[in-house]
Design a protein around this ligand. Structure first.
Ligand SMILES: *Cc1c(COP(=O)(O)O)cnc(C)c1O
Length: 400
């Protein structure tokens, strides 16, 4: 058999099993039947409450709330921070559908910000748009784990009195100059959906240092006046002022999912290192291939390489499509943000028609048109990563 026809046979959706300790705890919770987070006696610490306490400690944050999803965490973050219907919210144009979804859910209006060649927020464009007198919020999405210059970003927010909320679905475990992603803004929002850094199927976490904000978020999330059962919270007097003024949006996490996450949290930093060893290998190999380049990552950025992105230079749309179909035929599943139609887990802002007429962002369009995206499941070992890079190299040599 010719070397060239090598195919990759592992499945890109293949997950690692949950750690045995997590499974054992989840089974215990199922045996107890006490799956609802408020199915606890006064003084009894439930799994969701414990997870919140532990995640807040991991983040170095004062408070944490667990939610049904990261999308819900972002919605609660916006509402609890005080976003009103019709408010304008800055958001980078390269993100996933739940982010504009949360803005829409909160009744706010999105103001898209351009991205740069390295897939992060275009800070010059941000500076311009943040200067508008009616813009007070920025929901930044650290999309695919790429962190922008957080020092300059914070400076812009301070200068223009912008409240920052962070979508850290891909930066759980990441940091900028030693400061954790999610601790820069007023609120950090995280996902524990299967494809993120901890896996409970669905789930979200919200962190903040603000006592009023967390109290709002706890009541919005649906606390049935059982907010005293939370371990990660301010004194009950903070709730007393707002409990009758705040609707119940029912987006809690349950004890079963929390029980799966508690052990995974202890392992999180180790898992991040495992992702990064695969990322570094792939990055090195992919950068050797003509017409393919991974973005240079700043020294200040400690990222989590749970996926890898690269840009293709000087190729037509047709050539890129041929490259994608030929790599796929050899078992390598690469996603592309240049599709005119939204397909599985990619979504370009041009598809968010429900948001009304959005401006065309030239720079973002040209970056996305050449940008590829590949998941790095931890079930792939270093040999698998080498095989994937080889196949990409061979197809690229043929097609480009
Ligand atoms: C997955 C994801 C979310 C939302 O996560 P859910 O928990 O599925 O709601 C938000 N932002 C980005 C960038 C994501 O990839």
């Amino acid at each position: 058999m010719k070397q060239e026809s090598k195919t990759f046979t592992k499945d890109f959706t293949l997950q690692e099993p949950l750690p045995e300790e997590a499974i054992a705890r989840a089974v215990e919770i199922m045996r107890s039947g006490k799956l609802h987070r408020y199915n606890v006696a006064a003084g009894e610490a439930g799994e969701a409450a414990l997870l919140e306490q532990e995640f807040a400690a991991y983040m170095g944050a004062k408070y944490c709330l667990s939610c049904a999803s990261c999308g819900q965490a972002m919605f609660l973050a916006l509402k609890s921070a005080g976003v009103q219907a019709g408010d304008k919210i800055l958001c980078n144009a390269f993100t996933l559908a739940p982010v504009p979804g949360a803005i829409h859910h909160a009744g706010a209006e999105i103001v898209l910000v351009e991205i740069t060649e390295d897939y992060t927020v275009d800070l010059d464009d941000l500076e311009k748009k943040a200067a508008a007198p009616d813009v007070r919020w920025f929901l930044i999405s650290h999309m695919r784990g790429h962190l922008t210059d957080m020092d300059r970003l914070m400076e812009i927010c301070r200068k223009h009195n912008i409240t920052l909320i962070e979508d850290c679905a891909h930066t759980m475990g990441a940091s900028w100059n030693g400061k954790k992603s999610g601790s820069f803004g007023k609120v950090g929002c995280f996902s524990t959906q299967t494809y993120k850094h901890m896996n409970s199927g669905e789930g979200g976490l919200l962190t903040t240092d603000d006592p009023e904000l967390i109290a709002q978020a706890i009541i919005y999330s649906g606390s049935y006046m059982l907010f005293d059962r939370h371990l990660s919270r301010p004194g009950v007097e903070v709730f007393d002022q707002i409990k009758k003024q705040t609707p119940n949006y029912s987006c809690r996490m349950d004890n079963l999912r929390a029980s799966m996450l508690r052990f995974q949290l202890r392992n999180l930093d180790k898992q991040c290192e495992r992702w990064n060893s695969r990322y570094v290998l792939l990055e090195k190999e992919l950068n050797k291939i003509p017409h393919i380049s991974c973005p240079k990552r700043p020294k200040a950025e400690k990222f989590v390489g749970s996926s890898i992105q690269f840009s293709i230079s000087d190729q037509s749309k047709e050539a890129i499509q041929l490259f994608l179909s030929q790599t796929l035929a050899r078992g390598v599943e690469i996603k592309w943000f240049g599709h005119t139609e939204p397909v599985g887990f990619t979504s370009a802002y041009v598809s968010w028609k429900y948001l009304g007429a959005l401006p065309t962002l030239q720079k973002t369009n040209s970056v996305l048109a050449n940008m590829c995206d590949m998941r790095i499941p931890l079930t792939f070992d270093h040999e698998d990563c080498k095989c994937i890079a080889e196949i990409i190299g061979e197809v690229a040599a043929k097609v480009f």
